[in-house]
Design a protein around this ligand. Structure first.
Ligand SMILES: [Zn+2]
Length: 461
């Protein structure tokens, strides 16, 4: 009898490097192929030697365009993958930008490291990205399609970033029919701009993320007040606020919130610099897909307000302009990457961490071992570009911006499946949140809940 199994090749008891392998008999379908992020000496080795060879994968289904879900695709292609990469239309639009940026960051890092005498070969270059993009086939939400003769897939809206999908997989091997659902990254209700996540359908097996399986996020109204308070404090201290944020999602949310606070008179007009060449591009792509916006954003646009482009926001394009931001002493600089591991934000941090009047505001998840996490944990000195920098600035954190559901939201999204869904696999969370969420699922009546480790292979009953 044809066996159906899942093997967890990444983001198992971790949050980055998502790769889950669905085996249907001899056919192997990879769900996502993300980059492992974190300290270079650990991440690089894992990204260089992928846990599965490209030629051993028959098809690939991509949940969304965040780099920890798609960033290793060009490496897989370099390594022999030549099948189709399935994703939503908006994810396809995002993918070029994300992967090209990743290739670009790697070549810059390689140059920096070589300057200091380290030999570093990028994981892939822009040619590998082009080859990868030629394999992509996009499908709209809610339109089932055949990935293999035994696997039909449908994308539902995950409400996480533009184009993000909950992946519904119907496996039919004749003697056995099973529905497996992969949450991808599960979004939240009432996030700015995006629609709310779709309801997770009835299924036999569920692969669910658990990034915030042990946390509760702030609500949007409290976030507004908190953001206004932090910015006002900086204005009072005469300093600036540096916000490390990935170009897609969080950056737009922060800009939208600041715009609203200024429009409503809760903050004086102050300059906002979005220093990431990708952010304008991401914003342009969002503009191409108004059909994916929530009702509020559609209404705002209709009334002539653009929530992302308004007086006072500057999207910084070139490097010279970016360096000129050294002179900016008050205002907000939003720059990538979100975990402070690479990109222009490193430069801004090198100028900021030593100044008491300045503030670093974390609005996203900071994985163990990243510079962002060290700052958040109160390090008194950090290395940036290999140089030690004493930390005197304030470091604040607002997790309410998160595009990931907290545990209460995750439970609300899955509870209706208790007693029906026979197997649950909790992934995309570090040990504590993953175990905490698994415990809650068991308490809610789910019979079989596993927190797989990397390389665990489990048969679908
Ligand atoms: Zn994501």
């Amino acid at each position: 009898m044809t066996k159906i199994a899942l093997q967890f090749l990444g983001a198992a008891r971790h949050v980055t490097g998502t790769k889950h392998l669905l085996e249907i008999g001899d056919t192997r379908v990879l769900l996502d192929c993300g980059l492992v992020q974190g300290p270079r000496h650990i991440a690089d080795a894992q990204n260089r030697k992928l846990p599965i060879a490209g030629r051993d994968v028959d098809a690939l289904v991509l949940s969304h365009a965040h780099i920890d879900h798609c960033g290793a695709l060009p490496r897989l292609v370099k390594d022999g993958y030549d099948g189709t990469i399935w994703c939503t239309d908006a994810t396809k639009d995002m993918l070029r930008m994300m992967l090209m940026d990743s290739a670009h960051i790697q070549s810059q890092d390689a140059r920096q490291l070589r300057k200091r005498g380290h030999d570093f070969e990028p994981l892939y270059n822009s040619d590998d990205v082009e080859r990868t993009l030629r394999l992509v086939r996009s499908v709209p939400y809610y339109q089932p399609f055949d990935v293999t003769p035994q696997l039909r897939v449908e994308f539902l809206d995950a409400g996480h970033i533009l184009g993000a999908a909950i992946v519904v997989m119907d496996v039919d091997v004749g003697t056995k029919k099973r529905r497996i659902v992969f949450t991808g990254d599960h979004g939240r209700k009432n996030l700015p701009i995006l629609r709310d996540p779709d309801r997770i359908p009835e299924c036999d097996a569920l692969i669910t993320e658990s990034t915030y399986g042990d946390r509760i996020h702030e609500q949007a109204v409290d976030m507004m007040a908190e953001l206004a308070r932090i910015i006002a404090e900086e204005l009072h201290d005469g300093g600036r606020v540096v916000v490390p944020a990935f170009a897609v999602g969080r950056t737009q949310s922060v800009v939208l919130f600041l715009g609203q606070l200024m429009r409503d008179g809760h903050l004086p007009k102050l300059p906002i610099y979005v220093d990431s060449p990708m952010s304008r591009e991401a914003t342009r792509i969002m503009g191409k897909h108004p059909e994916l916006f929530d009702a509020e954003t559609q209404a705002l646009l209709k009334s002539g307000h653009n929530p992302l482009f308004f007086d006072g926001v500057t999207y910084v394009a070139d490097v010279e302009e970016s360096k000129a931001l050294n002179e900016v002493r008050t205002g907000v600089i939003i720059s990538a990457s979100g975990m402070c591991e690479s990109g222009r934000v490193l430069h801004h941090l090198s100028q900021t961490v030593g100044r008491r009047e300045d503030c670093v505001l974390m609005v996203g998840y900071q994985a163990h071992g990243t510079l962002g996490r060290r700052l958040l944990d109160g390090a008194t000195s950090v290395n940036i570009y290999g140089e030690p920098h004493p930390v005197h600035c304030k470091v604040r954190s607002m997790q309410g911006f998160s595009a990931h559901a907290d545990w209460r939201e995750l439970m609300a999204a899955t509870r209706h499946l208790a007693g029906r869904c026979k197997q649950v696999f909790v992934v995309h969370g570090e040990d504590d949140p993953a175990e905490a969420y698994a415990g809650r699922l068991r308490n809610a009546g789910f019979a079989s809940v596993a927190v797989p480790s990397k390389f665990d292979r489990i048969e679908i009953a």
